[in-house]
Write a protein that binds this ligand. Structure first.
Ligand code: TRH
Length: 383
């Protein structure tokens, strides 16, 4: 039986966490796989930040062909007719019990996935596609893991992404116009360009100091709301879009928080990108430019394990990248703290090797296919 419809349930964590990934996936499943996609989101106000078309008080709305449903809570009565052919709960987000009961009443049961978070740890390969039978109902859930090897679901990537990136990067006028549209001044175009997206606890002030004292002109482009305290301290004025200041070799410029497609362009237009969480981290990998990852913090420093697992796969031959990544995430060994100006000097000297590695890594990731296609293919095989 053909799979035609899909329900994706997403809970927004910590401002807009996770909706970045789900919104991208929902659009791709609609556009490239022709599925009738409903995206259930519990926090439309946060969602609107990434997607300005979102009306925060609408129960149901259609955006880019995706039906967006306000997921108001766990109550609610559902029938088999409400259930999609594929049901995805993102990151074990617990879909409403009434919906699960309705799933069990379907003549043909839906294909049910728990789509997990991205990690480079090796155990993922053993858990990818594992089944989890419901304790009471005749339903089976499958775990689906994004990942970095061909024994995982791969990374999210739209079919046209590579072509779009190549077109943009081979058109300097388009790049200049894009940056000018974000307020980047012409005089800043000659400097080394860095985009900055991180959680508030990153040691931004120390990094700014290193750049300020460094020997090369560097412009740091920071979307509004990111690292607000450190940016304000550097600028001396509130960090609203358009604010900028130059001190020593460093110019910090606050950009508007751009819509998702423009965020890709920003990554493509920079020499180095600081990214965070999951979605921007993946986009930086597709950008094929050097990047530093700020991982979302977890209890008992579990995130440090995940960071190391990634660095082991990615940065084996890039010691300065490893050092900076560990220090950026407060995971450097006590005796390896060093200071930021020294770390940055080593990092800068290694950047051309990082660029080569980024390119090689992108090719490697491309070979794993993309998450949406891998998921749809697997879902079809279960029918
Ligand atoms: O939102 P995040 O902090 O996401 C995280 C991760 O998913 C993490 O695993 C999770 O547990 C945590 O949330 C709660 O960072 P992420 O994943 O990079 O998503 C941010 C999105 O914002 C991404 O889609 C890129 C987008 N973005 C823009 O569209 N415009 C911008 O200007 C910027 C800076 C980001």
């Amino acid at each position: 039986m053909t799979l035609r419809s899909l329900d994706l349930f997403c809970r927004v964590v910590d401002n807009y966490g996770d909706i970045g990934i789900c919104w991208r996936l929902a659009r791709q499943l609609r556009r490239e796989h022709g599925l009738d996609v409903r995206l259930w989101v519990d926090d439309l106000v946060s969602f609107r930040r990434l997607c300005p078309q979102v009306a925060p008080d609408a129960d149901t709305q259609l955006i880019d062909g995706v039906t967006v449903r306000h997921w108001r809570g766990q109550d609610g009565v559902y029938t088999a007719a409400d259930v999609a052919d594929i049901v995805i709960e993102f990151f074990a987000c617990d879909i409403p019990p009434g919906y699960i009961a309705a799933m069990a009443e379907c003549a043909t049961r839906p294909v049910w996935f728990n789509l997990e978070g991205l990690t480079a740890e090796e155990w993922v390969e053993g858990c990818h596609r594992l089944t989890s039978p419901h304790p009471r109902l005749p339903l089976t859930k499958h775990f689906f893991f994004p990942g970095f090897t061909d024994k995982t679901g791969g990374l999210p990537r739209e079919a046209a992404l590579e072509a779009e990136r190549l077109a943009f990067q081979s058109d300097p006028a388009a790049m200049t116009a894009f940056l000018a549209g974000l307020g980047v001044a012409e005089a800043e175009l000659a400097a080394t360009r860095v985009s900055l997206f991180c959680y508030p606890h990153a040691p931004v002030a120390a990094l700014f100091d290193s750049w300020r004292q460094g020997g090369e002109a560097l412009v740091c482009l920071v979307p509004e709301g990111v690292a607000a305290d450190a940016v304000q301290a550097f600028l001396g004025v509130p960090p609203t879009a358009g604010a900028a200041a130059t001190r020593g070799a460093l110019t910090v410029r606050v950009l508007p928080f751009v819509p998702q497609p423009d965020y890709d362009k920003l990554l493509w237009a920079c020499d180095l990108n600081f990214v965070r969480g999951e979605d921007s981290f993946v986009r930086a990998q597709w950008a094929g430019k050097p990047f530093v990852w700020h991982i979302y913090p977890q209890d008992e420093n579990l995130h440090h394990k995940k960071l190391r697992a990634f660095l082991q796969r990615y940065a084996g031959a890039l010691p300065a990248l490893e050092q900076v990544s560990l220090a950026w995430n407060d995971a450097a060994p006590a005796d390896g703290q060093g200071d930021w100006p020294a770390r940055w000097r080593a990092f800068r000297a290694e950047m051309s090797q990082m660029a080569a590695r980024a390119e090689q890594w992108r090719q490697q990731m491309l070979a794993n296919g993309d998450l949406a296609s891998n998921l749809v293919r697997f879902a079809a095989s279960l029918r």
